[in-house]
Design a protein around this ligand. Structure first.
Ligand code: PMP
Length: 304
């Protein structure tokens, strides 16, 4: 977003100056980890509320550790940098913060530093199919597994797996795609986790099925519990997908996004389901700080 400042190692710079060298390990080997954090503008409080900022910063540091990267930034310093950037940009609307730790050293494949910490803020509109839902396919691209690259690792290199699935889905006329893992169980979508509603229960693949430990999915567990909707983790097969009553994607970017068909099998009547819509509404209340903060501590945190 050209009119927004970017934080580069603590310094605020114009958007066009936020660059890394072509010879860096980040560019040559995809040596970069990141987090996407949503900021929800609260009209009543006149401030941005960051959703689950501490959980995101914890996952960023875990990704850096798994990548054997030197990442000297503490969570406190990262939070302060986020606040400084938001203050400098003073966007009074929903936005998205991309926090990345990237190896700028120009050595070989085993380079571990120096690490550049960057934060980009941009305006974030809601997914265009938030109300109507998306059609998804089951991809022929298989999800990476823990014996190759950890699916728990949020590094840019891992995204090539989902990117290929997403591009193939678009060629075939679908809006999104689900990847199966190497055992044939459903894992997740390219940039979101998947949940199904079957006979009144929410069912989602297990962490060991090759998914990113999604922060939104953790929030859905909490909301479902609050609403008295049973939710469980289990292996999900392709057949389970086709027979589900409802489904939705969940993630920071898509929030809770209804899925209306899978491989052209309609789910229910082929429109967003009632449980999905209840969860969407409750999620929105937590994200905008409408829900009691003591019932959802640590979720919607005013920036600064
Ligand atoms: N899986 C992948 C591959 C993702 O990129 C994302 C988005 N970060 C998710 C799941 C959902 O994770 P979260 O709810 O933490 O955003």
């Amino acid at each position: 977003m050209p009119d927004c400042l970017v934080c580069m190692d603590g310094e605020l710079v114009p958007h066009h100056q936020a660059v890394v060298h072509i010879g860096s390990a980040a560019m040559k080997y995809g040596a970069s980890v990141f987090e996407g954090i949503r900021g929800y503008w609260s009209e009543s409080r006149s401030c941005l509320l960051l959703l689950a900022v501490d959980a995101h910063l914890k996952r960023l540091r875990e990704s850096a550790k798994l990548m054997r990267m030197d990442c000297p930034w503490t969570a406190d310093r990262l939070r302060a940098a986020l606040a400084g950037l938001a203050q400098a940009n003073s966007l009074q609307e929903d936005s998205y913060f991309r926090v990345a730790a990237s190896i700028t050293g120009q050595g070989g494949i085993d380079t571990t530093g120096p690490v550049l910490l960057s934060i980009v803020q941009s305006r974030k509109a809601r997914h265009s199919h938030y109300q109507t839902g998306v059609t998804v396919s089951i991809s022929s691209t298989v999800r990476i597994n823990d014996t190759m690259m950890s699916p728990r690792l949020k590094c840019v290199a891992n995204y090539q797996n989902g990117r290929l699935a997403k591009l193939l889905a678009a060629i075939d006329g679908y809006e999104d795609s689900l990847l199966l893992n190497h055992q044939g169980y459903v894992a997740e979508a390219p940039t979101a986790c998947i949940c199904f509603v079957c006979e009144g229960r929410v069912v989602t693949p297990m962490l060991s099925d090759g998914i990113l430990p999604s922060i939104t999915r953790a929030l859905v567990f909490q909301i479902a519990h609050d609403l008295g909707i049973p939710m469980l983790e289990k292996h999900v097969t392709r057949t389970d997908c086709y027979l589900a009553d409802e489904a939705f994607l969940c993630g920071t970017g898509v929030e809770i996004l209804p899925v209306v068909s899978i491989d052209r099998h309609k789910l229910g009547p082929g429109s967003p389901g009632e449980i999905t819509k209840r969860l969407q509404r409750a999620y929105e209340e937590v994200a905008r700080g409408v829900q009691d903060s003591h019932r959802y501590p640590g979720w919607a945190i005013p920036i600064g």
